[in-house]
Design a protein around this ligand. Structure first.
Ligand SMILES: CC(C)(COP(=O)(O)OP(=O)(O)OC[C@H]1O[C@@H](n2cnc3c(N)ncnc32)[C@H](O)[C@@H]1OP(=O)(O)O)[C@@H](O)C(=O)NCCC(=O)NCCS
Length: 139
């Protein structure tokens, strides 16, 4: 199977990405044109038969005592195309982007229920930290 990772473009399909994001979260909210041009957010996709089947993004932020840090966001592969190496290919692509940009590290969060994702992160040598994540919804 040909695995080519490319950046998301403004001409990519909102509907295809919608279908994919619905396999990641309830009620996804996004605009493909905004995503493709967002500052400090690099979106990567893989297509098969002309349709988007895998997605992941690298978002960058600045930590005062560390420098620029990347987070992997919204990694998802279409259920019909899992365990073919697509998620791995997206992560490796985003890691190489992060290295080229000089980021000091990559972080990600994953719900314990996401067993496939956690296995994959483990395989790719991501280290589980003890830090708890706190959040507050603003909308
Ligand atoms: C997590 C997720 C993105 C992984 O995507 P994927 O495209 O299946 O990932 P890969 O195919 O690269 O790797 C998955 C596993 O399949 C294995 N694999 C890859 N190619 C394979 C092949 N040809 N045959 C058999 N196994 C294969 C990988 O080694 C990996 O095994 P591991 O988990 O034991 O390391 C996908 O399961 C998904 O979308 N889940 C729902 C959304 C989600 O949980 N996202 C993560 C948010 S934190």
């Amino acid at each position: 199977m040909n695995i080519t990772v490319v950046p998301l473009s403004i001409n990519d399909s909102q509907d295809e990405l919608q279908e994919l994001f619905e396999q990641l979260t309830d009620n996804p909210s996004f605009d493909v044109k905004v995503l493709a041009t967002a500052m400090n957010c690099y979106c990567a996709i893989i297509k098969q038969k002309g349709r988007i089947v895998s997605f992941g993004a690298l978002s960058i932020y600045f930590v005062p005592d560390k420098g620029y840090v990347g987070t992997i966001q919204s990694l998802v592969t279409h259920k019909d195309y899992r365990k073919c190496g697509f998620g791995t290919a997206i992560l490796i692509y985003l890691e190489s982007k992060a290295k080229r940009l000089g980021l000091v590290k990559i972080e990600l969060t994953s719900n314990p229920k996401r067993e496939n994702a956690r296995k994959l992160y483990n395989t790719l040598k991501y280290i589980k930290s003890d830090t708890s994540v706190f959040y507050k919804n603003l909308q």
